[in-house]
Ligand binder design. Structure first.
Ligand SMILES: [Zn+2]
Length: 258
């Protein structure tokens, strides 16, 4: 499988992405080939490609692109919530590949500008022939329970207006379960037991794979990591503060849907 130039007229969905949004018609419909003609003649396109093996095409706009009349932005998270598994997968892949293509441009061995591989969805160095495949960054996200209460935290750096699950990147050498235990003790001072895998979600902002877990409180008092966690509390599921919206695996964890 490999990426090709944008191929119009295929019976593929075309995902127009801009920042963390996907572009739909104002009536919520996906863009047809005719709509794309309007688009491509009036909006600056940063990148575009078709991947026939996964039956998808993507058009990439700047995050602040001004849209022609008749089109609107929808948060990708919302798109994941309202569309089925197949379309959500393709949209996530289109967005992840767009991020990767913008980011991986020069060979890390010899510095030569990379070209698209003719054989794989990868970039290839024309000089030393090293291949660069799309990256995935594995992360853990965990909902800790204590009796009928759940642990939610407000982060310092991101989404400061909501209470969310504890999450973080898996460090080299760690299992996902070890990352869960480490993240919780680092960020909150608590220890946990019964770490259980619940499911996963592609989260292409820019390239995470979220591995979702539940765990039970074991011991300790709150000792919050000041540069990461502004506040952490035990909440009842039916009395939660503002928390992640539908479409994220965090929402499913909090609302006991996985
Ligand atoms: Zn090279």
């Amino acid at each position: 499988m490999a990426l090709e130039s944008l191929s119009m007229g295929e019976d593929f969905p075309v995902f127009v992405v801009s920042g963390r949004d996907i572009i739909l018609k104002t009536d919520g419909a996906a863009l047809s080939s005719a709509d794309l003609d309007v688009f491509l003649s009036s909006v600056e396109v940063l990148d575009s490609f078709t991947e026939k093996d996964f039956s998808l095409s993507a058009v990439v706009l700047a995050p602040d692109a001004v849209l022609p009349q008749g089109f609107e932005r929808v948060a990708m998270r919302q798109f994941f919530h309202t569309h089925g598994e197949t379309l959500s997968f393709k949209a996530a892949r289109a967005k992840a590949l767009a991020n990767w293509r913008a980011d991986v441009r020069f060979c890390s061995v010899c510095g030569t500008e990379l070209a698209d591989s003719a054989e794989f969805t990868a970039r290839e160095c024309p000089h030393c022939h090293k291949l660069f495949f799309p990256r995935i960054e594995p992360c853990v996200i965990v909902l800790v329970s204590r009796g009928d209460k759940i642990l939610l935290a407000r982060h310092v750096q991101r989404n400061q207006d909501i209470y969310a699950c504890i999450a973080g990147f898996i460090e080299s050498g760690e299992s996902a379960e070890q990352a869960v235990v480490r993240e919780i003790i680092e960020e909150t001072g608590l220890t946990v037991r019964n770490v259980r895998y619940r499911g996963s979600q592609s989260w292409p902002f820019p390239d995470q794979l979220m591995l979702a877990f539940t765990a039970e409180y074991e011991s300790g008092e709150f000792r919050l990591q000041p540069d990461e966690i502004a506040d952490a509390q035990w909440f009842s599921r039916d009395d939660c503060p503002a928390s992640p919206q539908p479409g994220s695996i965090a929402y499913k964890l909090i609302h006991n849907e996985i």
